[in-house]
Design a binder for this molecule. Structure first.
Ligand code: ZN
Length: 109
């Protein structure tokens, strides 16, 4: 499917676990790959939902950094961090904001 991040239209697709481009190096094993030139995010098919989610978040952080022109020190660590904890951080934020509902709206006035 296609997604828009800032001014870029990215393609996100599930790819076969045996696809060579996913793991050209026998010493590494990647579940996801972001190709900036092609604006293409590839996610390995057939993983568990939690692995697929964290891989997708990881690659999306790369894509967001690229499309918004950010350069950060330790990008890989940042992507790993959000990949593992992003869902939980957003879940907790949603829970807290929901609890605070009215007060948040009032403070905007
Ligand atoms: Zn990465």
């Amino acid at each position: 499917m296609k997604i828009k991040i800032h001014n870029d239209v990215w393609k996100v697709k599930l790819v076969d676990a045996n696809a060579k481009k996913m793991n050209p190096d026998p010493n590494s094993y990647n579940f996801g790959l972001t190709e900036y030139k092609e604006l293409l995010i590839s996610i390995m098919d057939g993983r568990s939902e939690s692995v697929t989610r964290s891989t997708l978040i990881h690659e999306l952080v790369h894509a967001f950094l690229f499309s918004y022109g950010h350069t950060v020190e330790g990008e890989e660590a940042m992507c790993d961090f959000f990949g593992v904890h992003g869902d939980e951080i957003i879940d907790l934020t949603d829970q807290i904001i929901e609890r605070w509902g009215d007060r948040c709206l009032q403070s905007k006035k």
